[in-house]
Design a protein around this ligand. Structure first.
Ligand code: CAA
Length: 250
């Protein structure tokens, strides 16, 4: 068993998740990074570790399909037995299936809901219960500016990301007496593959509306996560920390 604090990061391979893993490792945490199950995905995850120069550091891969409730229960029960505890959970796994609502399929709705929102139930419940038993813990949910302001072409994603914020506040109310703080980070448009996949003309018009006139770096978002997980974030709970370049000011 390690003396280090242990952080579980879902959807770790790529974008914000990768930077979150790197910053936690550099801050002396042990990181458990999840990736989708299957031989091919495991190979991709190992390749990702090498490419990101994270192999050899205190990081462990865990195959987990966050949208499969039964599988998550089994995998996390075993992980918690092996690890002994989890100190910080970062619910980062998320997908987009953008389409105008008129054309959106049930499948596009369902996939986003299951991966971005229902996963919060499945992944968080076993970890939260164990954090309550140990009397401490931090849960950080990666929401989005688009859950706060709504975004054209993202009825599914905006609904799921707004749902994460309600989840965060309700769970914060329940976790407080057990010393468990629950917060959300709401990134704006961040330089990740998810955002650079947006059609160029569309992305240019979005950038033009951002007061800081640029995308966020993954470091700027991961830094907010580290703050909420760390010593100085101990009196913050039920909050949504926006990192959006002024795109939406509440
Ligand atoms: N507000 C008002 N009208 C808009 C609009 C907006 N924001 N965006 C597009 N429209 C209008 C267009 O001008 C167009 O009008 P006309 O038919 O009169 O020309 C009409 O809506 C159709 O627009 P598109 O040509 O874009 O339609 P499409 O079907 O080709 O594409 C879409 C639809 C895939 C949703 C595309 O608009 C798109 O990719 N939008 C961006 C969605 C987005 O921001 N995704 C974020 C992904 S990253 C992320 O989610 C991370 C995070 O947390 C921030």
């Amino acid at each position: 068993m390690t003396d280090k604090k242990i952080v579980l990061v879902t959807g770790a391979a790529g974008g914000i998740g990768t930077e979150v893993c790197r910053m936690f490792l550099n801050s002396g945490y042990k990181v458990v990074a999840t990736h989708r199950p299957g031989k091919e995905k495991a190979e991709q995850a190992n390749k990702w570790l090498q490419e990101e120069k994270l192999d050899g550091k205190d990081i462990q891969l865990l195959a987990l399909d966050v949208s499969d409730h039964q599988a998550v229960s089994e995998v996390l029960a075993e992980a918690l037995r092996d690890l002994g505890r989890i100190d910080v959970l970062v619910n980062n796994a998320g997908i987009t299936r953008d389409s105008t609502f008129k054309k959106m399929s049930w499948d596009q709705w369902q996939q986003v809901m299951e991966t971005n929102l229902s996963s919060l139930f499945s992944v968080t419940q076993p970890v939260f219960n164990q954090m309550c038993e140990q009397g401490s813990g931090r849960i950080i949910n990666i929401s989005s500016v688009n859950g706060l302001k709504g975004q054209y072409g993202q009825v599914n994603y905006s609904a799921a990301k707004a749902g994460m914020i309600g989840f965060t506040k309700a769970l914060a109310a329940e976790g407080a007496r057990f010393g468990v703080c629950v917060n959300a980070v709401a990134p704006g448009y961040t330089a990740t593959p998810m955002v650079t996949a947006i059609r160029e003309d569309v992305l240019d018009s979005i950038k033009a509306t951002i007061p800081l006139k640029r995308l966020a770096t993954t470091e700027e978002v991961a830094g907010a996560v580290l703050y909420l997980a760390g010593e100085h974030g101990g009196y913050v709970t039920g909050e949504t920390l926006s990192v959006n370049g002024g795109l939406y000011m509440q």
